[in-house]
Design a protein around this ligand. Sequence first.
Ligand SMILES: Cc1cc2nc3c(=O)[nH]c(=O)nc-3n(C[C@H](O)[C@H](O)[C@H](O)COP(=O)(O)OP(=O)(O)OC[C@H]3O[C@@H](n4cnc5c(N)ncnc54)[C@H](O)[C@@H]3O)c2cc1C
Length: 456
Amino acid sequence: MTHTVRANAAVAWPPGKRRCLGGALIALLLLLLAGAASIPFLFESSSILYKFGTDKLMLRAGKVLGMIAATLVLFQLMLSARIKFLDRIFALDRLLNAHRTIGTTLACCLILHPVLIFLPDDMLFMPFEWRYWPEFVGLFLLLSILGMAVSGNFRAVMGIRFDLWWMMHRMAAAAVAIALFVHILFVSETFEQGFPRTVVFVAIALYAVLYLWVKLKRLVIRCRPYTISLVKPAGREAFQLRITPNSRDIRPYAPGQFALIRIHSPHISSEEHPFTIAASPARSSDLEFVIRTSGDWTRHIGRVQPGDLVSIDGPYGLFTHLRCPENREIIMIAGGIGITPMLSMLRYMSDIRDQRKITLVWSNRTREHIVLPEEFKAFENSLPGLDITHILTEDPVSGETKRKLAQDQLERLLSGCSRQAMIFLCGPPQMMTEIKKALVQLGFSRWRIFTERFGF
Ligand SMILES: Cc1cc2nc3c(=O)[nH]c(=O)nc-3n(C[C@H](O)[C@H](O)[C@H](O)COP(=O)(O)OP(=O)(O)OC[C@H]3O[C@@H](n4cnc5c(N)ncnc54)[C@H](O)[C@@H]3O)c2cc1C
């Protein structure tokens, strides 16, 4: 298989197929939710049978919300398990966004669930008695999910370090799964026998298989490390890491995709972090990452040594020009280190002598922050259709931030570009929001603007 075919194979699925599969999966999800919500109607427990009017309505609504929340908890593992099939349809970053939104939704369902169940019995507080132990498991579940949802949405505001939050989140998720199944099986007579009980056991089996698959995948990735072959500065506060496979070929990837890397070195902790594969899949069998020193972990990246081992989980994502029609004009807008996916795409296009029109607008704080400037200069020779504009946002004397890339400037820079062009945008979150808005106002279709956020 040639490199080009391998790169295409990493994305491959045409938009039509992705939409069909995506639609089918969402329909299946809705069907499962509807099935779960129908259980309190089809298999009424005695607590519902002997209630009437508003009380019955409230009790049933509470149980329906509980069933919906339980089903959503099971989907949460699927969304975060980095399943390649789902990544190819939706892209991992969108799956993780959905994971966050669903987390908030199910926390809301779970708050209402006990309120609606206890109110018909005029029970505002549960008596502290042994026979209510399944309800107390439910309380633990509610508090854990609330904690996960709040810390997931407000981690930065709460000042919790990402790695610490990530570890707690994973531990809490395992505890929630166990508590959920115990709560469902013992809290209501609906699940004491028959079809509902079988459904719960099938769900437990599926969940266990998926959980074991995730653990096994991690183990396999760990057992097949790559080796760092080069570490060198690549501009101010940035390093270039070249990584060589040891025992096998690199998995096919498309330019612009990313991987999660874990470095095993005495010089840096072995946390897992996402980075764009900045290499060209058409060039060599090595992988390359360009990493800016921005926080606790990346601060030490310059200390890793050739010979250190790296586990790589990937590739993931759909931020690649290979999903666009061939020869379609491309606009790339990058802020700082957000250039790395564009670098990979440009390297690839340069390797296959792509002739199309490409406009790159790249904003950096200072000239020294431009990574690999010589290589970008060389692209202007190897890619005849490429036009690069550099924007520097920091005043070289005072160090203050000058005016950032704004709509009038964009309008001027993109005046010669087709409104049909495909746009790739990657940079700080605020910049991406502002620029996307400006591009839509300038007449570009929001459906042709692809974005990559450098944070989950
Ligand atoms: C798809 C993607 C591609 C990326 N590509 C590049 C690249 O090519 N070059 C580059 O320099 N940076 C890239 N990043 C950003 C890089 O992952 C973060 O800068 C790095 O993880 C920060 O770690 P830190 O501990 O040094 O910083 P911190 O200050 O601790 O974290 C800064 C932010 O980075 C995110 N983050 C931190 N740790 C993790 C983690 N383990 N997993 C997920 N997110 C985390 C969080 O949103 C956090 O708020 C990419 C990020 C993503 C999501």
